[in-house]
Design a protein around this ligand. Structure first.
Ligand code: AMP
Ligand code: MG
Length: 319
C-alpha cells in the first residue's frame, strides 16, 4: 500500500483535507499536543474508520475538537466551573468532560455511548484552520495504532499508519507539547476530577478552578447514580443467537441473517457494523422487547470492539 501523502497545510491542502473529512475519510492533523487522526465526529462511518485504522480493541470515547467555546456550548452542558476553565485555558491542551447537550451533534459511537462528551478547543493554527473549513466537530484521537507511541511529527504518522481510509497528513512540523491534553471532568454533583494528566499541569488547573482536583480513582466513592454509565439497552442482551425466541428481537449480522431482520452489516463488514451499532441497538430497544438476541459477530477487524461492548451490555446488571 502506498504511503499516506504528507501535504502542506496551505489553502489547497486545507481544501483537500476538508473534502476528505466531508467524504467520511480521515486526515492526519497536527495539534499542539500530538498528531491526531481526524474524522467528522457527526458521521458514525467516519468514526468507525478511526477505530479500525487505530485497531482499537474497545470503543474508547474520543475527544471532539471544536473551533470555539461557542461551538462547545452546543455539544456539552457547561457549569460555572467548566466556564471558568474554558475561559482561562481555551484554546489550548485542556479537554473538558461534560454532560452531553440535547443539541449535541457528535455521534454516539464517538462518545462510546456515554451520556457525557469530551470537548477541546485546540490552539494549533492548522487544527483551527481545518475546524473552520469543516465547520463541524472533529474526533481526533492520537494518530497511532493502538498501543503504540503517539506521533509528534507528520513522518511518524506516515510510518505507523497504513490505510486507504487516511487521505492525507497535514504537515505542521514537530508537536509543541508532545504529550496529550489534560482531561478534566466537570459533572453534576461531583468534584472537578482529573481524568488524565497531560500538557497542562494540575497546579495550573487548580489555580484557575480555585479548588483541588479529585483523582480518577476517587470515582468509586461517587454515588452510583452520578457515575456516567455506558449506554446499555433497557432490554436484556443475549449473544451468539441464531434465532429469536418469543419476546426477543433478533439483531442480525452478515449474509446468513434472516431476510428482513435488522442487520448490522448484511455484507459482514465489521466497520459498517460498528457504525450502525448504537443506532440499531437504540431502535430495537425502542420496540420494548424483553431481550435483544444478537447473532455471532467475528472477532476480526472491529468485531473485537463490538463484542466487547455487547458482552458488557449482556453482563448481569447491577439492579
Ligand atoms: P484521545 O484518544 O486523545 O481522543 O482521548 C480519549 C480519552 O479521553 C479516552 O480514552 C478517555 O480517557 C477520555 N474521554 C473521552 N471522552 C470521555 C468521557 N465522556 N468520559 C470520560 N473520559 C473520556
Ligand atoms: Mg492516544
Amino acid at each position: 500500500m502506498p504511503q499516506i501523502p504528507i501535504i502542506e497545510p496551505d489553502a489547497v491542502g486545507l481544501a483537500a483535507a476538508y473534502r476528505a473529512v466531508a467524504d467520511g475519510l480521515l486526515v492526519g492533523l497536527p495539534t499542539e499536543t500530538v498528531y491526531g487522526l481526524a474524522a467528522d465526529a457527526r458521521n458514525p462511518e467516519a468514526v468507525a474508520r478511526v477505530f479500525a485504522v487505530k485497531n482499537r480493541p474497545k470503543f474508547n470515547p474520543l475527544i471532539a475538537h471544536v473551533r470555539s467555546t461557542a461551538d462547545a456550548h452546543r455539544e456539552g452542558q457547561f457549569d460555572e466551573r467548566a466556564e471558568a476553565l474554558a475561559r482561562a485555558l481555551w484554546p489550548g491542551p485542556l479537554t473538558l468532560v461534560l454532560p452531553v447537550s440535547e443539541s449535541g451533534s457528535v455521534c454516539e459511537l464517538a462518545r462510546a455511548g456515554l451520556d457525557t462528551i469530551a470537548l477541546r478547543v485546540p490552539a494549533h493554527r492548522i487544527s483551527r484552520d481545518l475546524l473552520a473549513a469543516c465547520d463541524r466537530p472533529l474526533a481526533a484521537p492520537s494518530a497511532n495504532p493502538s498501543g503504540r507511541l503517539s506521533p509528534t511529527a507528520a513522518a511518524d504518522v506516515a510510518a505507523e499508519l497504513e490505510s486507504d481510509d487516511v487521505a492525507m497528513i497535514l504537515d505542521g512540523g514537530p508537536s509543541k507539547h508532545g504529550i496529550e491534553s489534560t482531561i478534566v471532568a466537570s459533572l453534576p454533583g461531583q468534584p472537578l476530577r482529573l481524568l488524565r494528566a497531560g500538557a497542562i499541569g494540575r497546579a495550573r488547573i487548580e489555580a484557575v478552578a480555585g479548588a483541588k482536583l479529585a483523582n480518577p480513582e476517587d470515582r468509586a466513592i461517587a454515588a452510583p447514580g452520578q457515575i456516567a454509565s455506558h449506554y446499555a439497552p433497557a432490554a436484556k442482551v443475549r449473544l451468539n443467537a441464531s434465532t429469536a425466541a418469543e419476546n426477543e428481537v433478533l439483531l442480525g449480522f452478515g449474509p446468513d441473517a434472516p431476510a428482513g431482520a435488522p442487520n448490522l452489516s448484511p455484507g459482514g463488514d465489521t466497520t459498517e457494523a460498528a457504525a450502525n451499532l448504537f443506532r440499531v441497538l437504540r431502535e430495537l430497544d425502542a420496540l420494548g422487547p424483553d431481550t435483544i438476541a444478537v447473532m455471532p459477530i467475528p472477532e476480526s477487524g472491529l468485531g473485537e470492539a463490538i463484542n466487547d461492548r455487547l458482552r458488557r451490555a449482556a453482563a448481569p446488571r447491577g439492579d
